[in-house]
Design a protein around this ligand. Sequence first.
Ligand code: SF4
Length: 343
Amino acid sequence: MTRYDISRSQLAELLEGEPKYRLDQIWHGIHGQFREPEDLTNVPKELRSAIRDLLPAALTPIRNISSDGETTVKQLWQLHDGHLVESVLMHYKDRSTVCISSQAGCAMACSFCATGQMGFDRHLSTGEIVEQVVRAVQQSQTKRVSNVVFMGMGEPLANFDNVWPAVRRINSDLGIGARKITVSTVGVVPGIQRLSLETLPVNLAVSLHAANDKLRNQIAPINRTYPLRKLAESLQAYRRAKNRRVSLEWAMIDSLNDSQGAAQELAAFARPLGAHINLIPLNPTPGFEGGGSSPARIAEFQEQLESFGINATIRSNRGTDIDAACGQLRAEHIIRPSKRRKA
Ligand code: SF4
């Protein structure tokens, strides 16, 4: 059992025989105060050592790389079985956001995405997900981590059973507001349906990238299982159940999905959902030949969407030079496990 996989009741069992208040001291110390067990100075030294040994950290730091004048930090972690994952901490003027991984690798095989090009290793546990946020807070020091986005490696809704408990913990134990947590999906309809049943008001972002089935089948193969019509139905149901608007992510790929016709199709998909669009300049990855749309084309595409009555924002590109931007996480390191299986 790792440090952030243990539940409060399991910790209570572990502390049997200790004064009752120790449970709060330790639980709050490692969650609310983001402290290492050895730094819990209000707890006797022997107990601190026992907690450290019984509840080891799940993430071993391999390396941190900074970019954008130290405002973007990519963190590479090794898991207990040798798999590697990455998270990215980004400081902005008004907030600090950590982008976390939900799986080692990904089975969704989106054509432009470095993680998709790796294939799938395994789901992350709840504790492995939560700990990425704790580590980001520790790394962040003076700047408070205010936002969490599940847009790192993996498809969060394909690992719903571990992701959702992690969301709850990030909210209740780490103290990050539900509206500051964004779960993304490439369109796993059963996961969207499950999310509709949850009461915690997190944000949902759908990586759309194409609004006709032919092109979407090519860019995001999950579309062959859950085509656009099914995706739209599930998003309508989500909107009715939650009374919350979704956002649609659109990686701008030169001459593939950046035409006026593509803007028209996107507007037609977004309008009934009342969705907001985020346009993301495509980031280079080794396994994808296509290039990103030019800044001028992206601006034009945004104007076209707005002329169709759809609000769109151009997302600033962070960490491109350190492969930390959207779609670039690859967790490369010489100790990477060589065996890989597809989900
Ligand atoms: S874009 Fe997301 S869902 Fe698609 S392959 Fe990459 S990590 Fe997986």
